[in-house]
Design a protein around this ligand. Structure first.
Ligand SMILES: [Zn+2]
Ligand SMILES: [Zn+2]
Length: 273
């Protein structure tokens, strides 16, 4: 391909829109996983050594692979994002082009509904991908991170990335969303995702079992899914696992152990590295 053809290719509207979506999605992953990694794994590494859910640290090779697969995931997300853009332009998907102050109530309600619906979608597609017929080519890649890291957040095989990406267009097929609502939903998703894979319990003691807080998943909740493979399929909330009887029976004990552990002395924290 000569330079003129290359420049004509990049001048096409869809290539430019795809590139912008890709850069935003990739930056979001880099910032969320990078901040969680920088704060919990580097800056507070020794201070939070007693809060580490699984002992030891994963090899750098694991994190490189997670980063590589997350890059592939962002390629899939950007392609589906381009579909959402054109679906909105064509009037098939319900994107609300403008935001006015009077829309604030709708913005909050629709974003909350999207988060709750996403948790249900994630729970059921996640359980489906654990089926032996689908597991190997969809979800296996994500489970190769037995001891997850913040970089595991988007570490999916392309087939699973497509399953994860399909929720947003399906939702806006039925529920009108502002661009800002989509932005808030996806921002919440990547932050919860990066923290949920951090392997360090940052939720305070007493969280699990507290009637006002317990409906939110902790880091231990998803970490147990990675280390034990079965149970705890939910993403943000404990509702579906409790309703379907799939919550790990050791969840509360394990959370209490890690959240009530005493901070380590300097030498012990150094030895835990
Ligand atoms: Zn799984
Ligand atoms: Zn995971």
């Amino acid at each position: 391909m000569c330079l003129t053809q290359l420049s004509a290719f990049f001048n096409q509207a869809w290539v430019q829109i795809w590139s912008v979506i890709f850069l935003i999605d990739f930056a979001r992953y880099l910032i969320a996983a990078g901040v969680v990694y920088g704060v919990l794994w580097i800056a507070l590494r020794r201070r939070l050594a007693h809060r580490r859910i699984q002992p030891g640290l994963p090899a750098a090779k694991q994190m490189r692979k997670e980063f590589g697969y997350s890059f592939l995931t962002v390629l899939v997300f950007a392609t589906v994002g381009l579909g959402i853009y054109y679906g909105g332009q064509a009037g098939i998907l319900k994107l609300i082009p403008e935001f006015h102050a009077s829309d604030t109530g709708y913005l909050i309600g629709s974003t909350a509904l999207m988060i709750v619906a996403h948790d249900a979608y994630f729970y059921w597609t996640h359980r489906l991908m654990h089926h032996p017929l689908l597991y190997r080519w969809t979800h296996l890649r994500h489970h190769l991170s037995r001891r997850p890291t913040p970089w595991t957040a988007y570490s999916f095989a392309p087939a699973e990335a497509l399953v994860q990406a399909s929720f947003a267009p399906l939702f806006v097929l039925f529920v009108p969303m502002h661009d800002l609502g989509l932005f808030l939903w996806v921002g919440h998703m990547i932050v919860r995702n990066a923290i949920g894979h951090s392997c360090i319990e940052i939720f305070p003691r007493g969280w699990v079992g507290n009637r006002w807080l317990d409906w939110n998943n902790t880091v231990t909740h998803h970490d147990l899914h990675h280390s034990r493979f079965r149970h705890n399929y939910g993403l943000y909330f404990t509702w579906w696992d409790r309703l379907m009887g799939t919550e790990n029976p050791e969840y509360r004990t394990r959370f209490d152990e890690v959240s009530q552990a005493q901070p380590m002395s300097g030498n012990a924290a150094q030895a835990a590295d």
